[in-house]
Design a protein around this ligand. Structure first.
Ligand SMILES: Cc1cc2nc3c(=O)[nH]c(=O)nc-3n(C[C@H](O)[C@H](O)[C@H](O)COP(=O)(O)O)c2cc1C
Length: 252
């Protein structure tokens, strides 16, 4: 059995949680970066005995459209899929349901799913430090149960929460460089949507930008960001609306 780690993680939180879960699954996984712009996703062919961990963040309670597009191009060929949605302690709503539909469309057999929490990529004070040690313990324990299910040949479908039709997708916010930007071009190269002009990083194609915050996260000079008052307002709103710590949810 070969293992795959198929991850869309613009700012690294989803990747962290995926690593914690993947560590307990059988074998060293082959990783496919669903944020990459230079990969032929249609060329990814899984085998029917393989196991694929598919991880994406929740954006507005939905799977990011770009991630779903990449996911649909893969060839699952009956491989068993473990879905992981990662969110910033508010809610993930229809994210796992949408992932389940896309994974099935790509030919995967979904056998497990999990919703885990990571720092909120718009307002990093929210769920700061997560996934933490307690999350790691839960994810590691769940990986053991998934490994056992795989070993036993049980390919039953878990009961995954979510509505169909999915909730309406929201738009993201676009971080912009301040006047100290040196136009190094890192943000343009790293943007999963190809929305940033390489010559003038202040120019962003609003139709392409998904507001994933990767440009802010990768800026080596830390001069690309949302307006501080916007970040503060989002953090304040989330702290008020979701004051309690959410815990990982597991579906087997
Ligand atoms: C545009 C956008 C929308 C988001 N929507 C939600 C949401 O609806 N609920 C939530 O709890 N977190 C939300 N988040 C937070 C992310 O789901 C969370 O920070 C996740 O870990 C980001 O993954 P990444 O670090 O791999 O980029 C959102 C973040 C962004 C950028």
């Amino acid at each position: 059995m070969k293992c795959w780690k198929l991850v869309f993680s613009p700012t690294g939180g989803t990747e962290k949680a995926a690593e914690l879960l993947a560590a307990g699954l059988p074998g060293e996984p082959e990783t496919v970066d669903l944020c990459a712009r230079d990969i032929d996703f249609g060329g990814v062919q899984c085998g029917s005995d393989d196991c694929a961990l598919i991880a994406v963040p929740s954006f507005g309670g939905r799977a990011p459209g770009l991630a779903v597009n990449q996911l649909r191009q893969l060839h699952g060929n009956g491989a068993k899929a473990v879905l992981l949605c990662v969110y910033g302690n508010r809610a993930y709503e229809d994210t796992l349901a949408e992932m389940e539909d896309a994974a099935k469309e790509a030919g995967f057999t979904v056998i497990a799913a999990c919703a885990a929490i990571a720092e909120h990529s718009i307002a990093r004070a929210v769920a700061a430090g997560r996934p933490d040690g307690a999350d790691a313990a839960v994810l590691s324990g769940f990986a053991g149960k998934i490994a056992h299910k795989l070993e036993s040949g049980n390919a039953s479908a878990p009961a995954i929460p979510g509505n169909r039709p999915y909730k309406k997708a929201g738009g993201g916010m676009t971080p912009l460089p301040d006047e100290t930007c040196v136009r190094c071009g890192v943000c343009a190269r790293e943007c999963p949507a190809g929305a940033i002009d390489g010559q003038d990083p202040a120019k962003v194609d609003g139709a392409l930008c998904i507001g994933c915050m990767r440009c802010e996260a990768v800026c080596p000079k830390k001069v690309r960001h949302l307006a501080p008052e916007v970040t503060a307002a989002v953090a304040g709103m989330l702290a008020k609306a979701c004051p309690d710590r959410k815990e990982p949810e597991l579906f087997l």
